[in-house]
Design a protein around this ligand. Structure first.
Ligand code: FAD
Length: 559
C-alpha cells in the first residue's frame, strides 16, 4: 500500500510493548505499561472517535464544538441508525472499530462487578479478593454517575417511577447499585454511566489521557495489525496494514518490531478481533488455520509445522437477551433519533450551554435496572439483570431486556470465513434446558411482579400468551437474543488448550506455546458477568498489567 495516507513504519525503531486494539482491554494496559517506563505502541485499526482525540463524526448542530456523536449521551443510539464507518466491517455482529472500540460506541452503562462474576468464572489468582485492588483503582479513575445531567436532575422518569413502584410493592429494594455490587437479588436502581460533565468519559478520558502525556507512548490509528511475526513461540514484530486511507488517515504499514529479546505483544482486539489476529498468526484450531491458509493470506502465512493448536474461537458467550414490552399511559417517549438532524432547540441549547437536559441522558432513556437470582434446575444459581429503556411499539411503551449472564452454562463458537470475516457460527444462547428454564422462570416471575402496577398493559408477550410458548418462539440467534457483550474465544485458564484443555491463555494472559504473546480483553473471560461487562474488562486489564509487569523477561515458551 503506497499513498500519502499510508506511510511505512520506521524499521529501525522498536517498542517494549505493542498493544493491538484500543477498547476496554487495550487502553488501560497500554497506560499501565507506559507508566512503568516501557516504550509502548498502541494500535487501532479504526479512526479517532471522541472530539478530544480529533474525531470528526458529528451532526450539524455540533459543528464548531469539540464534540462528536461519541461524546454526547443523547446520541449514543446513533450506532443503530448509522453504523457505517464505526462498526467493524469484518465482524458479523455489532462492534466498535474506532478509537476506544466498544468503549466509544456503547451505552456507557457502568457496573462494579458482583464478586461472583470473578469467583464463579475465573481460576485462582483471578478471584474477587485478587481483583479488589484493581476494582478500586478503576472506580477511583472512573467513578460513574447515575445523574448525567449537570443540573443534577433526572429527566422523564415516568417509566422509572411506575415500574419502580411495582418492584417495591413486590419487595425489591431501591439501591445505589455500585455502592452495593454484591446485592443483585430483588434490588433495583437507576442506570449508572461512565459519564462526566455530561460527556462520555471512560478509558478515553482517563487512561488514554495519562498515557498520551508520556514520551514513551505512541498511538497509531487507522492501522490494522494483520498478524504477529514469530519464530516458534517467540514474537519479533507485528505486520501492519493501513485500513482507512482518505481523509481520516494517516495509517501505517510494514513490520514494526518489539525490543529484541525482551519485547512483548499484547493482543486486545476484542472477542472477534483477537481471535482473528491469532488465526492469521497461525494460532488456533487446525480447521481455522486451514481457512487462513486457503485465503488471500495463504502465501505469507507461517508454515504449518509452526502452527500452535489452541481452541481459539470456542467458549464464546454473550448475555442472553430476551425483550419484554409493557405500556403505561404515563410513559413518555423522547425521540433521540430525531436529535441527530433536528434536535428540540431548547434541549440542544441546554446541552451545549449547560451540559444539562434530556440530551445529557443516555439514549434511549435507560432505567430502571433491576436484578434477580434464580436457582437453576442443574443446581447452579443464575443472575439476571433487567434493563429497561423507553422505546417500543407505541410512544407509551417500555422495553425491558432480561439479561441472563453469570451462571449460564451455554457456550458457542466464532469462526473465520475465506474472506477473512469473523462470525458467530454457533450462537451461545440457551443451548441447554437449565438456561432455558431460567429464562422462562424469570419472565414468569416478572410478569407477576409487574401485573400489580395500576394501568400497566402487556405488549410483548401479550397478557394471554403462555411464557414457555412465547420464549420458545424467539430464535436463539444474535439478531434476536444478542446483547453485544461478547466474551470468550481466547479463554484464560490453567487447562492448556494444546493438551485438550479449554484455555488459550495462562494465568498471566500469555498465549500457551508462546513466550511473549498475551491477550488482554473480553476474549479471555471464561464466563459472563452479571451486568454489562466493560468495567470488569478494565479491571481485568489492570490485573493483567500487574501480572505481566512482574513476569521475568521472556525465557522460554509456556510448557
Ligand atoms: C452497541 C454496544 C453497546 C454496548 N453497551 C455497553 C454498555 O452500556 N456497558 C458496558 O459495560 N458494555 C457495553 N457494551 C460492551 C462493551 O463495549 C464491550 O464488552 C467492550 O468494549 C469489549 O472490550 P474489548 O477490549 O474486549 O474489545 P473492544 O472494545 O471491541 O476493542 C477492540 C478494539 O480493537 C480494535 N482492533 C481489533 N482488531 C484489530 C487489529 N487487528 N488491529 C488493530 N486494531 C484492532 C477494534 O477496532 C477495537 O477498537 C456494548 C457494546 C456494543 C457494541
Amino acid at each position: 500500500q503506497t499513498n500519502a495516507n499510508c506511510t511505512g513504519v520506521d524499521t529501525l525503531k522498536s517498542y517494549d510493548y505493542i498493544v493491538i486494539g484500543t477498547g476496554a482491554g487495550g487502553i488501560p494496559i497500554a497506560d499501565r505499561l507506559s507508566e512503568a517506563g516501557h516504550s509502548v505502541l498502541l494500535l487501532e485499526k479504526g479512526p479517532p472517535s471522541s472530539g478530544r482525540w480529533n474525531g470528526t463524526m458529528k451532526p450539524a448542530w455540533l459543528q464548531g464544538t469539540n464534540l462528536t456523536r461519541f461524546d454526547v449521551p443523547g446520541l449514543f443510539n446513533q450506532i443503530w441508525a448509522d453504523p457505517t464507518g464505526v462498526s467493524c466491517e469484518d465482524v458479523g455482529v455489532m462492534s466498535g472499530c474506532v478509537l476506544g472500540g466498544g468503549q466509544a460506541v456503547n451505552s456507557a452503562l457502568w457496573w462494579k462487578p458482583h464478586p461472583r462474576d470473578w469467583d464463579l468464572n475465573f481460576p485462582a489468582g483471578w478471584k474477587s479478593t485478587d481483583m479488589a485492588k484493581d476494582t478500586d483503582k478503576v472506580f477511583q479513575r472512573i467513578p460513574g454517575t447515575y445523574i448525567p445531567s449537570k443540573d443534577g436532575k433526572l429527566y422523564h422518569q415516568e417509566g422509572f417511577d411506575r415500574v419502580g413502584k411495582g418492584l417495591e410493592a413486590a419487595g425489591f429494594k431501591n439501591v445505589i447499585p455500585n455502592d452495593v455490587p454484591d446485592q443483585k437479588n430483588l434490588t433495583y436502581g437507576h442506570s449508572t454511566f461512565f459519564i462526566e460533565n455530561a460527556e462520555r468519559q471512560g478509558v478515553l478520558r482517563t487512561y488514554l489521557e495519562s498515557a498520551s502525556k508520556r514520551s514513551n507512548f505512541a498511538l497509531w490509528t487507522n492501522t490494522n495489525a494483520k498478524r504477529v511475526i514469530r519464530t516458534g513461540g517467540h514474537v519479533t514484530g507485528v505486520e501492519l496494514e493501513c485500513t482507512k486511507g482518505g481523509a481520516v488517515g494517516p495509517g501505517k504499514s510494514g513490520i514494526v518490531s518489539v525490543t529484541a529479546g525482551t519485547g512483548r505483544v499484547i493482543v486486545a482486539g476484542g472477542t472477534f478481533g483477537s481471535a482473528k489476529l491469532l488465526f492469521r498468526s497461525g494460532i488456533g484450531p487446525t480447521d481455522q488455520l486451514n481457512v487462513i491458509k486457503s485465503s488471500s493470506d495463504g502465501a505469507t502465512m507461517i508454515s504449518s509445522d509452526q502452527w500452535i493448536n489452541l481452541p481459539v474461537g470456542y467458549n464464546l458467550d454473550d448475555h442472553v437477551g430476551t425483550d419484554i414490552q409493557i405500556a403505561h399511559p404515563d410513559i413518555v417517549f423522547y425521540d433521540f433519533y430525531a436529535a441527530w438532524n433536528s434536535p428540540i432547540q431548547a434541549d440542544a441549547d441546554s446541552y451545549l450551554k449547560n451540559r444539562s437536559g434530556m440530551l445529557a441522558q443516555v439514549a434511549p432513556n435507560l432505567g430502571p435496572i433491576f436484578w434477580t437470582m434464580f436457582n437453576g434446575t442443574d443446581g447452579i444459581v443464575r443472575h439476571m439483570q433487567w434493563q429497561a429503556r423507553i422505546e417500543g411499539r407505541t410512544p407509551n411503551t417500555m422495553t425491558i431486556t432480561q439479561y441472563l449472564g453469570n451462571g449460564a452454562t451455554s457456550r458457542g463458537r466464532m469462526d473465520i470465513t475465506p474472506q477473512l470475516n469473523t462470525r458467530v457460527v454457533t450462537p451461545p444462547y440457551l443451548r441447554n434446558a437449565s438456561d432455558k428454564a431460567a429464562v422462562i422462570q424469570g419472565i414468569d416471575y416478572i410478569r407477576g411482579v409487574l401485573s400489580g402496577v395500576p394501568n400497566l398493559s402487556w405488549v410483548v408477550p401479550t397478557a394471554s400468551q403462555n411464557t414457555t410458548t412465547w420464549v420458545n418462539s424467539i430464535p436463539t440467534n444474535p439478531s434476536s437474543r444478542g446483547s453485544n457483550h461478547w466474551t470468550g474465544s481466547c479463554t484464560l485458564g490453567t487447562d492448556d488448550g494444546r493438551k485438550g484443555g479449554n484455555a488459550v491463555v495462562d494465568l498471566d494472559t500469555k498465549v500457551y506455546g508462546t513466550d511473549n504473546l498475551f491477550v488482554v480483553d473480553a476474549s479471555i473471560f471464561p464466563g459472563m458477568t452479571t451486568g454489562n461487562p466493560s468495567a470488569a474488562i478494565i479491571i481485568a486489564s489492570e490485573h493483567a498489567a500487574e501480572r505481566i509487569l512482574t513476569l521475568k523477561a521472556n525465557t522460554s515458551a509456556t510448557t
